[in-house]
Design a protein. Structure first.
Length: 278
């Protein structure tokens, strides 16, 4: 059993290898049945995973502009019609009210709830955004024999708030959040080559080496996710992260926003390779 999954022994989605081999639709069905309520790293190899942000229509244009001005942390994959929770481009037939393992509900910038379904909160005024997630390119890293430490450790990826400001849009502003994967220097160079092919899911790293240069004081105290060991001879490698909107929400304090819980992603029907360039 995968150590981060709290699943019933009668559940057919119980083994890690089986999770890897599922399609995006299969994983969404398991999530909808609440058989998965935990981070989705390593699941549905070959299918793109997505960060989720749901805003009232009155905030949707500013957030769309925020994404367009900050494509590295906020690469848009799909936007729903107002009041319709189906992302028709990324996953026809899916429902953003049920198909994310765990959500976060923010009111005036404060986290007030982490439900596993949000149908009780959905209304005709809401617009859903799907942003590319770095879990997507981890399959390519594994194929290149690059280590992915949080998968090795059976935990969530570590994520950190940085001192790098995002470009503001309307009332929305805040710092970039990054995810971290430790690698040896030669592996970091290879990781740049591998992940730069996937600009729709954050692309190449934005920094490696000294964490303090981007405002991170302690790698063992991530702002989101779980700490992972950095072994001797390794350096921390940082990618822009789709949790950035949550840092923006906490800073600008809009009345109401729903997001995914960090690491608990929406798994799309978009294939990894369809997002690759070059």
């Amino acid at each position: 059993m995968h150590p981060t999954l709290s699943l019933s022994t009668a559940n057919p989605y119980i083994m890690t290898d089986h999770f890897q081999d599922l399609t995006g639709k299969d994983v969404r069905q398991a999530i909808r049945e609440q058989n998965i309520t935990t981070p989705t790293a390593g699941m549905a190899h070959g299918y793109a995973q997505a960060n989720v942000v749901i805003t009232p229509r009155s905030l949707a244009f500013d957030f769309l502009l925020f994404c367009q001005r900050n494509p590295k942390p906020c690469p848009l994959l799909d936007v729903t019609e107002p009041g319709i929770p189906e992302p028709t481009k990324a996953a026809p037939g899916a429902n953003l009210c049920f198909d994310v393992p765990r959500y976060r509900v923010y009111r005036k910038g404060e986290l007030v709830e982490e439900p596993t379904q949000i149908d009780h909160l959905w209304n005709e005024d809401l617009v859903g955004f799907l942003l590319g997630c770095s879990f997507t390119f981890e399959s390519a890293m594994l194929r290149a024999n690059l280590p992915v430490r949080h998968l090795e450790e059976g935990c969530n990826v570590p994520m950190y708030q940085t001192n790098i400001p995002c470009t503001s849009a309307g009332s929305l502003q805040g710092p970039m959040v990054v995810s971290m994967r430790p690698l040896k220097p030669v592996q970091a160079i290879q990781a740049v080559q591998v992940t730069s092919r996937y600009p729709s899911v954050h692309g190449a790293p934005i920094h490696w080496g000294d964490p303090e240069a981007i405002g991170i004081s302690d790698l063992m105290k991530p702002d989101f996710g779980d700490a992972v060991p950095v072994h001797p001879g390794e350096i921390p490698v940082f990618w822009a992260c789709g949790v950035t909107p949550q840092a923006m929400v906490m800073q600008t304090k809009p009345d109401f926003v729903i997001t995914h819980s960090p690491g608990c992603m929406f798994v799309t029907d978009i294939t990894d390779e369809s997002l690759a360039v070059g």
